[in-house]
Write a protein that binds this ligand. Structure first.
Ligand code: XMP
Length: 304
C-alpha cells in the first residue's frame, strides 16, 4: 500500500460496487482490523451496514465500553452472549478444543443476528497474515475461514486481505480512529480463553481480567508488542499470617514484528516488583506472580 488516502478512496468505491444496494453485516471485535474495515464499509454503505459486537465475556476489562464509544455514530448492535460462551467452555480443557468451542459459539450467535437483519453480504477484516497462518494451520484462528460455510451470503467482502498489520494501522490513523483502536495490541480471537490454563470459569475470567488491567497500566508505556496477564494454577502463599491457596498469575511482555517469533521484553526490575506487589495486594485471591522469560520459539506468545 503506497498511499492511505488513495487506498481508502478505492476501497470505498469497491465496497459500494460489490454490495450494490444490498445490506451487509460486520462483526466488530475491537481490534484494529475489524474497526478499519467497519469504518470503510460504513463510509461506503451508511445505514445499510449492520455492525455487530458480540460480548463473549472473554474480552479485556472495559472492551465493550471502548467499542461502544468509538463507534457510537454507527447503528451498532451489542449482543450479550457471555452465558452462551461460558456454557460452551464448560469442562473443555484442551487448548484447540477451547478455540473450537469459542469459534463455533461465535458463529452460532452471529448467524442468529445475520438472519434477523436479513443481510446479503458479509464484510470481514481478514488481513494477509491471517490467510498465510490459516493455510499453515498453526492454530485454528477463528477469524479466518471460520465464518460459516453454512451461512448463506451473496458474497464476502474483504477489503484488507492484501495488507499487513502496520498498513492497517496506517489506515486507522488516516481514518482518525482513536489511538485505543489504531495502536491497540493484537488480541487473540478466543480472547482470555487462551490466557487461562485449563477450564474457563467465571471466577478465573474475573481474576485474569483484573490482573491484566494492572499489567497493562504498568507495562504499556514500555511499548511492548504484546503484554498481558495469564492465569495458571493455584499455589500456596501466605497473606497476613495465614497460609492461603491462591491463583498464580503469569505476566507476559514481548517484542515481535509479526507474532511469528518473539523476544521477552527486559523490563526494569522495579516494574516487575511493583506489578507483583500490586496484583497480590489488590487481588485477594492471587498468591503468586511470575514473569515469563521464554522467547518464541520455543514458547508461544499465548499460554494455550
Ligand atoms: P502464539 O501464541 O501462537 O501467538 O505465539 C501469535 C499471535 O497470534 C495471536 N493468537 C491468536 N489470534 N486466534 C487469534 O485470532 C487464536 O486462536 C490465536 N492464538 C494466538 C497471539 O495473540 C499473538 O499475537
Amino acid at each position: 500500500m503506497v498511499n492511505a488516502e488513495k487506498f481508502i478512496e478505492e476501497a470505498i468505491v469497491e465496497i459500494k460496487r460489490e454490495v450494490g444496494t444490498q445490506r451487509a453485516i460486520i462483526a466488530l471485535s475491537g481490534g484494529v482490523d475489524s474497526s478499519v474495515c467497519a469504518t470503510l464499509a460504513y463510509q461506503a454503505l451508511g445505514d445499510r451496514l449492520y455492525p455487530v459486537y458480540v460480548d463473549t465475556g472473554l474480552m479485556r476489562e472495559g472492551e465493550t465500553e471502548t467499542i461502544q464509544k468509538a463507534f457510537r455514530y454507527m447503528p451498532l448492535t451489542v449482543i450479550d452472549a457471555k452465558a452462551r460462551f461460558i456454557n460452551a467452555l464448560q469442562g473443555v480443557l484442551d487448548p484447540e478444543d477451547k478455540r473450537k468451542a469459542v469459534g463455533e459459539t461465535f458463529i452460532r450467535v452471529f448467524e442468529d443476528v445475520a438472519r434477523q437483519k436479513q443481510v446479503s453480504y458479509l464484510v470481514q477484516g481478514t488481513i494477509y497474515p491471517d490467510i498465510i497462518e490459516s493455510e499453515g494451520e498453526i492454530k485454528s484462528h477463528h477469524n479466518v475461514g471460520g465464518l460459516p460455510s453454512e451461512m448463506e451470503f451473496n458474497g464476502v467482502v474483504e477489503p484488507l486481505k492484501y495488507l499487513y498489520k502496520d498498513e492497517v494501522r496506517q489506515l486507522a490513523r488516516a481514518l482518525k480512529l482513536p489511538p485505543e483502536v489504531s495502536e491497540r495490541m493484537p488480541f487473540p480471537g478466543p480472547g482470555l480463553a487462551v490466557r487461562i490454563i485449563g477450564e474457563v470459569t467465571e471466577e478465573k475470567l474475573r481474576v485474569v481480567g483484573e490482573a491484566n488491567a494492572i499489567v497493562e497500566q504498568e507495562i504499556l508505556s514500555y511499548n511492548p508488542w504484546q503484554t498481558f496477564a495469564a492465569l495458571l494454577e493455584k499455589g500456596t502463599g501466605v497473606k497476613g499470617d495465614v497460609r492461603v491457596h491462591g491463583w498464580i498469575i503469569a505476566v507476559r511482555a514481548v517484542q515481535s514484528r509479526d507474532g511469528m517469533t518473539a523476544s521477552v521484553l527486559e523490563l526494569p526490575y522495579d516494574v516487575l516488583r511493583k506489578i507483583a506487589s500490586r496484583i497480590t495486594s489488590e487481588l485477594s485471591d492471587v498468591a503468586r506472580v511470575v514473569y515469563d522469560i521464554t522467547p518464541k520459539p520455543p514458547a508461544t506468545i499465548e499460554f494455550e
